[in-house]
Design a protein around this ligand. Sequence first.
Ligand code: CP
Length: 306
Amino acid sequence: MSQLKNRSLVSITDYSKDDILKVLEIAADFEKDPRQPILQGHVIASLFFEPSTRTRLSFESAVQYLGGSIVGFASADSSSVQKGESLKDTILTVSNYSDLIVMRNPLDGSARYASEVSPVPIINAGDGANQHPTQCLLDLYSIQKTQGTLENIHIAMVGDLKYGRTVHSLVQAMSLFNATFHLVSPESLKLPSAVKRWISEAGLEYHQYTDLSEVIPNVDIIYMTRIQRERFPDPLEYEAVKNAYVLENKMLENSKDNMRVLHPLPRVNEISTDVDDNPKAYYFQQAQNGVYVRQALIAAILGLKQ
Ligand code: CP
């Protein structure tokens, strides 16, 4: 029996290295043939309490390419949460209408709570500044695809390492693959100690920088991130760091041949548009990989692929 069947995915740490590799293997199969009608008769619920373009729409594409149906809402304003309904009541109700719930919510820990009360599996599509495990899986897929391996990668993570949930998930996952971490951020947005502990406990190295240009020649992946304006308690703090890093095409001149620029997107101004035509820019292909990875996850959790 599949190791992933009927299991929620709340944090990337819920998955072992073997679980992760299994999802990536199934995703590669979907990339070859994304239109397989295996979800006919299944209903997936998509509950987005926070804005999204890529995660919500790639889940919808994933389901529809596989012949399934999707129900849900794109903002809390269009649900009965607006009338004061609790998260528990929302989840118990929606579980009557679906086989699997995909949820994004601004509260850290909300996905774990939903998974504890839900009779159907929950996929966390981002909970506050905490975790974004499906983004993490598509990031891993993109790294594996561009580098030919996930092992022994030198990765630079740049920008908002404090509030960036995609960074937290990716650090934890790459700690399973002997990565070396180059952490570039303003002093006020350093990676939280609890996440750095994952690196140390795996016996791996991390190096912290404030200067982006210092790391560019030495890394295989540059993972740029947006400064997460919506998570700052004080708008003045955001103003002080909002333009901390802007990656420009000329800065990539001395980068390694195999180096690729990733970004979970959306971008604001942290990657100049003159990078987009550089063959080392991979962020839009990365977003496309999200469809195959989300197809793989849904299929594995529903026990339709193993
Ligand atoms: N990467 C990501 O989560 O993008 P969206 O917020 O558009 O879903």
